[in-house]
Design a protein around this ligand. Structure first.
Ligand SMILES: *Cc1c(COP(=O)(O)O)cnc(C)c1O
Length: 393
């Protein structure tokens, strides 16, 4: 039944010839860093998401950091972060010598639990970083209402959020700022890269300066201004987090098929949903009413009934064996992401036990993402489905 030649990776980059060729433009023009292509990519991003301001940066991680700096995060402040996310969401708080305060997730959606978020607020809390994990928006009305009533800022970690909508609004437009990733595991890629979005003009201006050494005007503005030979003033001790025009050309070219990229991921996810909904050993991703899933990945919960009974160690062992079986038969899977409080740095620094956040731990130990990527063939997907439908040993 299994074709020994077929190897289905967890993800594969898909670029058209026109997209690949787009990088030659900046190389030929000689404008390599934060020039006309970055501006074009930002304009397309704003149009697509509905954000008033889009600012390209070197990664989602650096964008999250710049947004936190722009919002005034200081040493000793506390920021609430869901315990199940990519480590970068927490690291950017540490980068400011501030304190990460984890809260648990909702195991149905893998996203931040608003009740746990509210319970984690103290006098020192300054902000919260809800994550739209795997392309499903966090419960933003509840998060925003709690944040507003406690005077907290909200930075959306929209790394996986391309194409994800909440009640009709694209993610990245719902908090004080949102930040997207263009790492190759994400739906649009520039190799490394990120985009900060905000509807706050002052915040946008601060991020714009912070990413460019604190300069009041960019090189592009200076070159189009009346005296291009004079240098800009610098009002901040900023960073260098500028995106190159080579990367922006690639990102901008992909934006011309943004809808097709999202539709293709939704089509693949719908095929999985249909083919796998009746098996009891795998729970497909939730997609509640009012949420439009972007399917950055197809994150499932393994043996959900046993997980609900708390048999986490048992399910974890079975899941790992199952992942071995799939890998041996040419299907790559991954745990959906990690529980950050279980990683050595955070576990040791904050003396956190695994079960400090039991639902994040369950997600860490019992989740599994199936291959889903643009350009996945029908044969590849049917191969995955056939294997996944075999009852696990
Ligand atoms: C990918 C990812 C990041 C990091 O993005 P980079 O662009 O690689 O810095 C942060 N948070 C989440 C949830 C991610 O999935």
């Amino acid at each position: 039944m299994t074709d020994p030649i077929m190897n289905v990776p967890i993800a594969r980059t898909s670029l058209t010839e026109a997209e690949i060729n787009s990088v030659l433009g900046p190389l030929e023009s000689g404008w390599l860093v934060q020039g006309p292509k970055v501006r074009e990519f930002e304009e397309k991003w704003s149009r697509f998401t509905g954000a008033d301001h889009s600012l390209a940066v070197t990664s989602c991680t650096t964008g999250l950091h710049l947004a936190a700096v722009a919002l005034g995060l200081k040493p000793g402040d506390e920021v609430i972060v869901p315990a199940f996310t990519w480590i970068a969401t927490a690291n950017i708080v540490e980068h400011q010598q501030a304190k990460v305060v984890f809260c648990d997730i909702d195991l149905e959606t893998f996203n931040i639990d608003p009740v746990a978020f509210e319970a984690a607020i103290t006098e020192r809390t300054r902000g919260v970083v809800p994550v739209h994990l795997f392309g499903l928006a966090a419960n933003m009305d509840e998060i925003s209402a709690i944040a507003r009533s406690h005077g907290l800022w909200v930075i959306e970690d929209a790394a996986c959020g391309f194409g994800a909508k909440y009640k009709g609004s694209h993610v990245g437009t719902l908090g004080d700022a949102g930040v997207f990733s263009f790492h190759p595991r994400k739906a649009i890629t520039t190799g490394e890269g990120g985009m900060v979005t905000t509807n706050d003009a002052d915040l946008a201006e601060t991020v714009r300066r912070l990413r460019d050494h604190g300069a009041v005007i960019s090189d592009l503005q200076r070159h189009h201004g009346p005296r291009p030979y004079l240098l800009a003033d610098h009002t901040l001790a900023g960073f260098n987090q500028r995106m190159t025009d080579i990367q922006a050309a690639l990102g901008s070219a992909q934006m011309d098929r943004a809808d097709a990229i999202i539709q293709e991921r939704r089509r693949l996810a719908a095929r999985y949903d249909q083919a796998l909904s009746d098996i009891e050993w795998l729970r497909p991703p939730a997609s509640p009413d009012g949420f439009e899933h972007g399917y950055q990945s197809y994150a499932c919960l393994f043996m959900p009934e046993q997980v609900a009974k708390g048999e986490i160690a048992f399910v974890n062992e079975r899941r790992n064996n199952w992942m071995d079986f799939l890998q041996q038969n040419g299907v790559s899977t991954r745990p959906a992401t990690h529980a950050v409080h279980m990683l050595s740095f955070y576990a040791e620094k904050y003396a956190l036990a695994k079960d400090a956040f039991p639902r994040a731990r369950a997600a860490n130990d019992c989740s599994v993402s199936l291959p889903l990527f643009h350009g996945m063939t029908e044969a590849e997907q049917e191969h995955v489905i056939a294997l996944v439908r075999q009852p696990p040993a």
